[in-house]
Write a protein that binds this ligand. Structure first.
Ligand SMILES: [Zn+2]
Length: 391
């Protein structure tokens, strides 16, 4: 057993804020947290001193397409390890590889490749390699609205189909976690029933649904909404639509892309005011260009040009982002959200959404040793992924 002890001045668990505690780590787990004098520290433990940094759980990104020049749809070990290694530098220690709408055979090939990677040793950090763990797959499409498809190719969209979903789930070998769909499409409600029955989180997104259509879908078990405000029927006071339903149903969790580009600040504030800090989840929607210079990239098979960090397709539509969750947290703090609440939205809330409370997104006994050491300016000073790191 390799024992490590983090001597932390300030910890956001983020259930609470703790001061001057030690975190004991054995291999890849947290085994104790407490005051120095009340904890049995193994004699040969490696000491990690976090005097000037803030220790928070590793970020959990449930909506990310790529980073470091690669897209998860490539689904090769090289592509997936590049994405995972790159985002780990920004504090993301676990993630859902997120697909975009593509022809079914292509999607199945990607799902199979990602599933194989998830099962492989490469999906685990090793002695000198900090890497984000791919926890599963988020299927963004293809059962989405043509009117609100964003950059998803029209030709790749599909009518809701239980047999096609089953095909995807088979290809994904039990690793699919979230299915994003448009609930107003014919057959969507039956698809929601089927997906919920298979244990998926059903997410509302890329949708032109009315308030009533969304309400019915929520009642059938669609309890999550992807990148709220983006690729949704707009809100107006007599046609509040999908946004009206998402904002007023307390049991629905809401993703937000807090990059300062996708959504204006007042919209983020409206979301916070109506959902509260326990129901908002920070996501990156990051693409291959994340952590890379401006230039030409792909999102799935879609050509994307990145200029000043903003990704658009040929028609000028936003095509994902180059956001990382460290910046998303920092951006929320700029909007006067408390740091502990901003951290919660990048850690505890997404972990809960995936049913991983207690294992991911929290600093607690029994949780995976995924830690981020933040400087006072909220940049990342160091990262530990399942006991590996910081360097
Ligand atoms: Zn999207």
């Amino acid at each position: 057993m390799i024992a490590q002890v983090v001597h932390a001045h300030r910890i956001l668990t983020p259930h609470e804020e703790l001061h001057d505690r030690v975190i004991v780590i054995q291999d890849d787990r947290i085994t104790a947290i407490g005051h120095r004098d009340e904890i049995q520290v193994p004699a040969d433990a490696r000491d990690i001193v976090a005097r000037d940094t803030i220790v928070v759980p590793g970020f959990v990104d449930i909506h990310i397409h790529g980073a470091g020049g690669h897209d998860v749809m490539e689904a090769t070990p090289k592509a997936l390890s590049t994405v995972s290694d790159r985002v780990a530098r920004h504090g993301t220690t676990s993630m859902l590889a997120t697909t975009v709408s593509a022809p079914p055979e292509e999607t199945c090939r990607s799902l199979a490749g990602i599933a194989a990677y998830i099962a492989s040793p490469e999906n685990r950090p090793s002695r000198h390699r900090s890497t984000a763990e791919i926890l599963g797959i988020h299927l963004e499409g293809p059962f989405i609205s043509s009117a609100r498809r964003g950059v998803h190719p029209e030709s790749a969209l599909e009518a809701p189909s239980i047999p096609l979903l089953q095909k995807f789930l088979t290809a994904a070998s039990g690793t699919a976690r979230i299915l994003t769909l448009a609930p107003e499409l014919p057959g969507a409600l039956e698809l929601i029933d089927s997906a919920v029955n298979d244990g998926l989180v059903v997410a509302i997104g890329h949708t032109d649904a009315t308030y009533e259509q969304t309400q019915v879908a929520i009642g059938r078990g669609a309890k999550h909404a992807v990148h709220v405000f983006n690729a949704m029927r707009p809100f107006t006071h007599r046609d509040t639509g999908v946004i009206g339903a998402v904002l007023t149903h307390a049991d629905v969790t809401a993703e937000i892309i807090a990059d300062g580009v996708h959504v204006d600040s007042p919209a983020v504030e409206i979301l916070m005011a109506s959902k509260g800090c326990d129901r908002v989840i920070l996501v990156s929607d990051g693409i291959a260009a994340t952590g890379m210079p401006d230039g030409d990239y792909h999102l799935g098979a879609i050509e994307v040009r990145v200029s000043k960090g903003v990704a658009r397709n040929a028609e000028g539509r936003l095509a994902g982002s180059t956001l990382t969750l460290d910046r998303a947290v920092s951006n929320m703090v700029q909007l006067n959200v408390s740091l502990i609440d901003a951290i919660r939205m990048a850690t505890l809330n997404p972990a809960r959404r995936l049913g991983l409370a207690g294992k991911k997104g929290v600093i607690a006994v029994g949780a995976d040793a995924d830690l981020v050491f933040l400087n006072q300016d909220l940049t990342v000073a160091g990262v530990m992924t399942r006991g590996v790191g910081p360097e």
